[in-house]
Design a protein around this ligand. Structure first.
Ligand SMILES: [Zn+2]
Length: 101
């Protein structure tokens, strides 16, 4: 899974994004809210923390510092728990705030 620097290979990022838009996103937000967004989930999804848009093409490392930039969050804050259920795409800024409390 993640390498020593904590970055993720493309197939893993794709899997984590896909699992979020197929499953976790629908648990976290209500269906009506998501349907009203009318976004292409392969490209865009709401951040699980702030609900604002994340752009799949702006994975951190390629476009860091952009408003839609995201990386992979360990939901339970245990960076060793790489179970797919524990991995969420999240804004880089939201993830940092979360880590700092
Ligand atoms: Zn966010």
């Amino acid at each position: 899974m993640a390498d020593k620097r904590g970055s993720w290979a493309k197939p893993e990022r794709n899997l984590i994004w896909k699992d979020y838009i197929d499953n976790k996103m629908w648990i976290r937000f209500n269906e009506e809210y998501l349907s009203n967004l009318d976004w292409d989930w392969k490209q865009k999804a709401p951040c699980p923390r702030c609900k604002k848009i994340m752009l799949k093409a702006q994975y951190e490392g390629f476009q860091s510092g952009q408003p839609g930039s995201w990386n992979i969050d360990h939901w339970d804050n245990n960076s060793k728990n790489n179970n797919l259920m524990n991995l969420f795409p999240m804004h880089t800024t939201c993830n940092n705030k979360k880590s700092n409390g």
